[in-house]
Design a protein. Structure first.
Lengths: 324, 446
């Protein structure tokens, strides 16, 4: 019996956004990354072509992280003391983007300075040809203090600047506007908050082709479903034609998964949790896969093995089914 | 699909005899459409109308229940495509597969370990649901022996896998009074498989590469009198299986398309590689599959899958929460320390487990934060100094602790000044931000 397959026809589309700029485009990147452009729910190849695959970014820090799981430090080895070497290693591990995330303090325990941030960004740009996301430590005043000079020093690179929140979006957006960068707009797991921030940002004159949104997520076991559902709702709203939700989504499953006890702690946990390293990687991978299924365009990961697995899954999800 | 009152009215006798207690047949039909009365309240309805109404009242995705020895695994009866639209109801059953070319001892060891496995997540004990036994030897006696070996180690529900009906029949012979799932009926063997399912009371999967093939088979099998069916699309690739499970769910829910109105089964175990297996299983959990057959049983693999399943099937309308109150951990006395947290289950158990693990006695005040996490509740104004002070009074905390000293979660350090004002004479300490660091903090600072 030939079954008639209902196909959703959506009026809206996700915007297409390009990260990074090559020399011809005013930057120094050797490759750029384009995400978005979907006109159907994730991986529904039978309804419309999926123009751009989701991509994997690897998170690196400006100095040796003091609160990371020892498993991660072991996996990366000495490069964690040198962001440029780390960026290179991340590229070799399969990163399609690098997310450079600043800590509040430098390696000596002193608060980071603008100079330190600029130097680090320059070193990382020199070490890798991949597009870069540059994130402050997430404290609005510090973020402003470092991201403005970074934006100026890397003018034209089409960096993604973050975290751009309701508290500091004016400064970050102005820096992006003046220096040809993008921003990552973060709100707390709420469709309306996300829309509001996107409106505020676009009111400042930044074209929405330069805005990614980060709806915030939680790890498996620690709030993932809220993130999952908010992303599904945002993507449905985008396809239904709501312009302020039509932005590609970036989420940080690596950050969330590696802060859970399951990943951080190897001893004194129940036997039913199993092998520490395998569990931790599964935690990060499952968090990422679930978010990809709900519409993530960029997933930021931490462990090289997770990167390998998640990229393999994206490959499979992007394979156009023969029957479609 | 549910019928409207008018549609139902057309099937009623239309005599307005009032025997149902309503003045007109139309009034009764309206009540029936709203599911406020039973069809049986009308004594005059024809058998034909009865059958038609029963059919229309059936859920768009049939509920299939596997049973064994008091255990049940249900799938189906789902009503939405996205969990935020309402909720997902029946958590997919997780089954671990063994094969009949493994020795009975190996089977017993694997099944025994998986059967005994239990992991606690936010106060809930999570376990796998059953086992799948596959006939690969081609020998009915070997298959029967394998089923018996599984039964010797577990009494959970089973999926019996094979293409040869005589092997499956032998396996079914080892089971008594159960409702297992047989996998599966293909275009080649469906008649014999349907007979087997009918005779044994088992549910039956139908196997096909396309929805066309699956729909044909469900029609044929139903014609043999088997109602409990499960769709088994053969696809393993993530994009194809996602497409098929989305399409069949949509057809069932949006078009009330009966031939595909059944739950589905997936075999991530076929991946052969544990890493890929767990990703396939994760997709199956998030995207509509009802029964999931795995080959790998390892705690580090099964624990995250069980948690994912728990999360995806949580009702979005009701955060999982614990009762607010003053909790005793490790038998505290009056001069032991007091900590405060919120009544969101994940938060409470993160903290309570850590305190318990220290072995040190302590009091834990679980504040009524409407089931929200520390920062969410704080941002929403449900976990502030006033609320905490109120709960200190409500739960007569001052009568139970002598020290009048309270430890706040590190994430809400900002509350300490206000809380000192709200609780005159109390000392307010700020604990670490993450629960993992509580043991060290308690040992050093309290
Ligand atoms: C899931 C989530 C939600 C869910 C709610 C889940 C729930 N039932 O609480 C939803 C989507 C509904 C939600 C809503 C909101 N959220 Co919210 N949410 C989250 C999220 C993603 C995870 C929270 C979580 O579950 N954490 C896990 C639990 C276990 O953590 P926890 O309670 O803090 O407990 C840990 C520690 O605090 C510590 N601890 C706990 N108790 C104690 C006690 C002691 C003594 C000690 C020492 C330690 C300790 O141990 C635990 C484990 O380490 C976070 C961001 C994130 N990724 O963390 C944002 C987050 C908490 N939300 C935030 C906000 C602003 C909101 C909203 C106000 C926004 C909005 N959407 O309108 C609303 C408020 C709700 C409302 N108005 O009804 C912000 C808070 C920002 C801030 N610092 O003020 C966050 C941080 C996101 C962000 N980055 O902006 N949220
Ligand atoms: S009992 Fe039946 S026939 Fe009589 S009024 Fe009610 S619905 Fe109509």
């Amino acid at each position: 019996m030939p079954v008639e397959i209902p196909k959703d026809k959506w009026p809206g589309a996700v915007r297409t956004i390009t990260l990074g700029a090559t020399e011809a485009e005013g930057g120094t990147r050797t490759s750029v990354v384009t995400v978005g452009g979907q006109t159907a729910l994730p991986f529904m190849h039978f309804e419309s072509e999926v123009p751009h695959r989701p991509v994997v970014a690897i998170e690196i820090k400006d100095s040796r992280p003091d609160d990371w799981s020892p498993l991660l430090l072991e996996a990366w080895g000495d490069v964690v003391d040198d962001p440029a070497a780390w960026a290179k290693a991340a590229e070799e591990a399969g990163a399609e983007l690098i997310e450079l995330m600043f800590s509040l303090n430098d390696a000596d325990g002193n608060p980071i300075t603008a100079d330190h941030a600029v130097e680090t960004v320059k070193a990382v740009l020199g070490a890798t040809g991949l597009p870069l996301l540059v994130f402050g430590p997430g404290q609005a005043d510090v973020d402003n203090e470092i991201l403005v000079p970074v934006a100026e020093a890397a003018k034209g690179e089409r960096l993604v600047l973050g975290i751009c929140e309701d508290k500091n979006y004016r400064t970050i957006v102005a820096a992006a506007l003046a220096n040809d960068h993008l921003v990552s707009a973060r709100t707390a797991m709420d469709v309306n908050l996300a829309k509001q921030l996107n409106i505020l940002i676009s009111d400042m004159g930044l074209p929405l082709e330069r805005v990614l949104m980060d709806p915030t997520t939680g790890a498996l076991g620690y709030g993932i479903v809220y993130g999952f559902s908010v992303m599904e709702r945002l993507r449905l709203a985008a396809l239904q034609g709501d312009a302020m939700t039509q932005l590609p989504m970036v989420v940080t499953p690596g950050f969330e998964a590696w802060k859970t006890k399951e990943s951080k702690v190897g001893e004194g946990v129940p036997d039913s949790w199993g092998d520490w390293e395998a569990r931790s990687i599964n935690w990060e991978v499952l968090t990422a896969i679930t978010l990809l299924e709900s519409g993530a365009d960029i997933v930021v990961l931490r462990h090289p093995e997770s990167v390998r697995r998640v990229k393999a899954a994206i490959e499979e999800l992007m394979a156009v089914p023969e029957l479609a | 699909m549910a019928l409207s009152g008018i549609q139902i009215y057309k099937m009623l006798p239309q005599t307005n005899c009032k025997d149902c207690g309503f003045p007109t047949c139309l009034a009764f039909a309206m009540k029936l459409a709203a599911k406020q009365v039973e069809l049986a309240d009308c004594p005059h309805v024809s058998d034909e109308a009865k059958a038609e109404l029963a059919e229309s009242a059936a859920p768009p995705i049939r509920l299939v229940t596997l049973k064994a020895n008091g255990h049940e695994v249900k799938a189906g009866n789902e009503v939405v495509l996205f969990r935020h639209e309402k909720t997902f109801y029946h958590k997919p059953g997780l089954f671990i597969r063994v094969r009949d070319d493994e020795s009975a001892d190996d089977i017993k060891a694997k099944v025994g370990a998986a059967d005994a496995y239990s992991v606690n997540y936010v106060g809930i004990d999570l376990t796998i649901d059953g086992f799948a036994v596959e006939s690969v030897s081609g020998d009915p006696a070997a298959f029967k022996a394998a089923v018996e070996a599984v039964r010797a180690a577990s009494d959970r529900p089973l999926v019996l896998i094979g293409s040869d009906p005589s092997a499956l029949e032998a396996g079914l012979g080892a089971l008594d009074g159960e409702a297992p799932l047989i996998h599966g009926a293909t275009a080649d063997n469906w008649e014999a498989m349907a007979d087997l399912a009918k005779a044994s009371g088992a549910a039956l999967t139908v196997v096909g590469n396309t929805l066309d093939e699956l729909a044909d088979l469900t029609g044929q099998v139903q014609g043999k009198g088997v109602e409990d069916m499960v769709l088994a699309p053969s696809a393993l690739e993530m994009s194809t299986s996602l497409m098929l499970s989305t399409q069949s769910r949509r057809l069932a829910l949006k078009k009330n398309f009966r031939p595909l109105g059944y739950p589905s089964i997936a075999f991530p175990g076929d991946a052969g590689d544990p890493a890929r297996e767990s990703m396939l299983a994760a997709q199956a959990i998030a995207k509509y599959v009802g029964f999931i057959v795995l080959d790998t049983f390892a705690p580090e693999q099964i624990y995250p899958l069980l948690v994912l399943r728990e999360n995806v099937y949580t009702d979005p309308q009701k955060p999982i929460q614990v009762q607010p109150g003053l909790y005793e951990i490790n038998g505290p006395s009056a001069d032991d320390p007091l900590l405060v947290t919120t009544n969101f289950s994940i938060t409470y158990f993160s903290v309570a487990n850590e305190v318990e693990n220290t072995g040190l006695p302590a009091w834990l005040l679980v504040s009524d934060a409407e089931g929200m996490s520390v920062l969410t509740a704080w941002a929403a104004g449900k976990f502030d100094a006033e609320r905490i002070a109120k709960d200190v009074k409500n739960f007569s905390v001052a009568d139970k602790v002598s020290q009048h000293r309270i430890v706040l979660p590190g994430h809400v350090a900002v509350l300490s000044g206000e809380l000192e004002e709200e609780l005159p004479g109390w000392q307010v300490l700020v604990g670490p931000r993450e629960a993992v660091d509580i043991p060290q903090y308690m040992k050093e600072a309290l």
